[in-house]
Design a protein around this ligand. Structure first.
Ligand code: SF4
Length: 331
C-alpha cells in the first residue's frame, strides 16, 4: 500500500469573469479569465497533516473545493488512494465520497439551522447506509461524546450552541462516515481565540486515535505551525514551496515564504533579518509574466520577468524560484 493517500497534479482552475453587459455596451466580444490555481502538484501522505498557506486570493480554498468535488478542475487530476476521482462514477464515487469529508470555516453556516443535531450528524450515516434504526442513535451519541459534547444534545438545534460547540458538531458530522481524509478549511478562523486551541487539540487527538489524514487550509501561520507535518505555500494560484513544517519556519527557501513568515511579528526568526513586506498581490485576471512574485521580490533577475520557475528539490522539500537554479540549467 502506497503511503500517499491523495495526490494532485497539474491542478488548474480558471473562472470566466467576462462582463457580457459591458461587452454588449461596447459592442465587443472580450473574454476574461481569472486563473485561481495553475499547475499545482503535491502529495499528502497517510496520517499526516498537510497545510496550504498563502495570502487571501492565493487559491487555497479553490484547491480544497476541487478536492472534495465542489468545483471541477479546468485541467489536471486528483487521485485518492490511487484512483482518479474525476473518472469515478456511480458506486465507485459513492465509496470514495464516504472516505473523505470536509470541515468548513463557519460552523453556523455549514450546519442546517432547521435540523436537530442528531439528524445533522446522522445524515452521512444514512446517506451511505452504514447503520440502521437504534444503531444510528447510539452512534450519534457516541460521536457527540467523542467531540466533548453530551449525548443529550441530540435533540437540540445548532443555534443553542456556542461557536466552538458548533464546530465540534461539524467535526462529529465529518467523522460519522468513518472517513480517512478530512479537508479542514480555516477550521478555527471564525472562533474566539480562547476556543481555537481546544478545537485544534481535539482535531489532533482524533487524528491520533483514528489515523486521520488532514489537508489544512489556513492563513494563520501559528495554527499551521501547531498542526502540520508539511506545508505548501501558494502565491497567486501557484505552489512556490513545499517543505517539512518545522524546517520551513527556520529555513524558508523561497523569497515569498520568507516575506510571509516575516510579516508575523510573533514568529522567531533564528537570527535572520526580517524581509520587509512590499507591494500587494497583483490582479489575478492579469498576473505578472514569468514569476508572478517578481514585482515584489528583492532578488528579481531579468529571467524572472519572462520564465515561470519550475519546482526544484531543496534541502527542506522543493521550491520554484530561479535563485535555486544556476542560470545555465534554468533556461
Ligand atoms: Fe524572486 Fe525571481 Fe525567485 Fe521569483 S523567481 S521569487 S522573482 S528570485
Amino acid at each position: 500500500m502506497s503511503d500517499v493517500l491523495l495526490s494532485v497534479s497539474g491542478l488548474t482552475r480558471r473562472f470566466d469573469v467576462s462582463k457580457p453587459y459591458l461587452n454588449r455596451l461596447l459592442e465587443r466580444e472580450e473574454k476574461q479569465f481569472l486563473t485561481a490555481t495553475a499547475d499545482v502538484n503535491f502529495e499528502i501522505r497517510r496520517g499526516e497533516t498537510f497545510a496550504l498557506v498563502g495570502e487571501s486570493g492565493s487559491g487555497k480554498s479553490t484547491i480544497a473545493k476541487m478536492i472534495v468535488g465542489l468545483l471541477e478542475p479546468s485541467a489536471g487530476e486528483i487521485r485518492f488512494d490511487g484512483a482518479r476521482m474525476d473518472f469515478a462514477s456511480g458506486a465507485a464515487m459513492r465509496q470514495l465520497r464516504r472516505r473523505f469529508q470536509m470541515i468548513f470555516q463557519d460552523p453556523f453556516a455549514s450546519l442546517n439551522p432547521r435540523w436537530r443535531v442528531g439528524d445533522i450528524i446522522a445524515e452521512p450515516i444514512r446517506t451511505f447506509g452504514l447503520l440502521q434504526g437504534q444503531e444510528i442513535t447510539n452512534e450519534v451519541g457516541r460521536l457527540l461524546e467523542l467531540v466533548g459534547l453530551s449525548r443529550h444534545d441530540i435533540e437540540k438545534f445548532p443555534h443553542e450552541f456556542s461557536g466552538g460547540q458548533r464546530q465540534r458538531i461539524a467535526i462529529a458530522r465529518a467523522l460519522s462516515s468513518k472517513p480517512e481524509f478530512i479537508v479542514c478549511d480555516e477550521p478555527t478562523s471564525a472562533l474566539d481565540v480562547s476556543v481555537q486551541a481546544q478545537i485544534l487539540n481535539l482535531m489532533r487527538d482524533l487524528q491520533d486515535e483514528f489515523g486521520l489524514t488532514y489537508l489544512l487550509i489556513s492563513h494563520d501561520l501559528s495554527v499551521v505551525r501547531h498542526m502540520s507535518n508539511r506545508i505548501g505555500v501558494l502565491y497567486l494560484g501557484r505552489l512556490v514551496e513545499v517543505a517539512d513544517a518545522k524546517r520551513l519556519f527556520v529555513e524558508p527557501q523561497h523569497p515569498y515564504t520568507r516575506m510571509l513568515l516575516d510579516a508575523v511579528p510573533d514568529l522567531a526568526l533564528s537570527g535572520r533579518r526580517r524581509t520587509p513586506v512590499t507591494g500587494e498581490i497583483p490582479n489575478p485576471i492579469n498576473p505578472p509574466s514569468g514569476c508572478a512574485f517578481h514585482p515584489r521580490c528583492q532578488h528579481v533577475m531579468p529571467r524572472c520577468r519572462s520564465d515561470i520557475p519550475q519546482a526544484t528539490a531543496t534541502a527542506t522539500g522543493e521550491a520554484a524560484c530561479h535563485l535555486l537554479v544556476p542560470e545555465k540549467q534554468g533556461v
